[in-house]
Design a protein. Structure first.
Length: 198
């Protein structure tokens, strides 16, 4: 008995264009690509409004310009965006504190779709620090933050150990020691109508 082999049939491959999986995948890629573009590059979420409150000595425009330069980001090396979701506000806050030593506290808030709100608290002078004929304001934390002129209203402190000019934003006196000096100055003013001069 002869055995006959069934003729081998070659299945015709379906064209990829006729595949449902292909069209579904393409739709998903287009959807997520469009969503990504909308969220990252669309003008809707590009930061265009920066509000600053609490700034008295520092010009709000200076702060705004500084923030504007810090929130710009480049994607893929050449796409520039100021996207509200990707702006690194913590880093911006750190750089603000470093470059503007007059600021003691900053609160940041995103205001969707395209705004940022910065609430600034400035340092208040508690005493004057004297170093090599230069005078600086220091706050109650002992942080030096601004050049000053001699004023009778503040006690004048001087360092006998610091040789170099102090750096703005740095601590020049322990806050507990400063607190005791200011307390003594307050009591002298209250009880004897006198104050610490130096």
């Amino acid at each position: 008995m002869r055995r006959y082999r069934k003729p081998f049939r070659v299945k015709k491959k379906k064209s990829i264009i006729k595949s449902r999986f292909f069209w579904l995948s393409l739709l998903i890629v287009i959807f997520f690509g469009g969503l990504f573009y909308f969220l990252v590059f669309s003008s809707v979420f590009q930061i265009s409004e920066i509000k600053i409150s609490g700034s008295q000595k520092i010009q709000p425009q200076n702060l705004e310009d500084f923030i504007e330069n810090r929130i710009k980001q480049k994607w893929l090396g050449f796409f520039e965006t100021k996207n509200i979701f990707f702006a690194d506000l913590n880093k911006t806050k750190e750089e603000l504190m470093k470059n503007f030593p007059q600021i003691s506290k900053i609160e940041l808030e995103r205001k969707l779709p395209n705004g940022l709100i910065f609430r600034v608290e400035e340092r208040k002078p508690a005493a004057i620090f004297s170093q090599n004929e230069n005078y600086f304001f220091i706050d109650k934390e002992g942080i030096i933050f601004e050049k000053a002129f001699l004023a009778d209203d503040f006690p004048k402190l001087q360092s006998l150990t610091l040789q170099d000019a102090p750096e703005l934003g740095g601590v020049v006196i322990d806050k507990n020691l400063l607190s005791k000096i200011l307390e003594a100055d307050f009591k002298l003013k209250k009880d004897f109508n006198a104050s610490i001069k130096e």
